[in-house]
Design a protein around this ligand. Sequence first.
Ligand code: ZN
Length: 257
Amino acid sequence: MICIHKPTIPDVLLTKGTPARQKHCDDYDASPDDYRSGAKKFQFDDSIYAATEVKDELRERQHKKCAFCESFFAHTGYGDIEHFRPKGAYQQRETDSLKYPGYYWLAYEWSNLFYSCQLCNQQYKRNLFPLRDGRSRARSHRHNIANEQPLLVDPGGQEPSDYIEFRDEIAFPVKGCREGIITIEVLGLNREELVDIRGERLNRLRDLVLLRDLLREKVATIPTPEYSQRLRDVEATLQASKDDTAEYAAMARAVLV
Ligand SMILES: [Zn+2]
């Protein structure tokens, strides 16, 4: 996971999302008990939060990668518009039953939206949104989410590397922090397939590091234009592996020196 910058709010979230949010808030105020018991549920409008302009903007800002696992997946799936704070219902922990309502007032909120692969969203994160203290949870639009201390790292508002580091291809919590432990667990950041593919990436990068070091020795002793150019190319490739646009950049940044 790396930091995601989303400076431009798609128009549809303002023109259609704002009135839709107001409608949900009015509905809640009219019968809060029904929404809290789950007897009434909100009907969210995916033509707003998953509008093409929203998807396109997120895809671009996230460099076509999943917000959580940093995999490119546009060639294997459409991807999901993921609500960081779940809109319909939530769970503090996996063994809990679903609690209603979810963060309905954030269903069309730009800061709450990410683009994620289906595995991260549907198989791992789902409705989980654990807090350090569940009693501080915002249960309606009348509560302030600033009072919450989420245990999931928010790539839109926090620096993920403050919480999650890598030892080789394995994600670890920085200094054993709870946010790191829970984020890795809830999002399945060490799931087998992901660890395998990060391992393959790392092997290739380490081969390049070896080649870079050999070329540096060559250039120091026999500085031919060919060796010098090859060295620049390898150094550029290694540097690019840490760019926001690179798959698994968080691992490359943590592991490569
Ligand atoms: Zn993912």
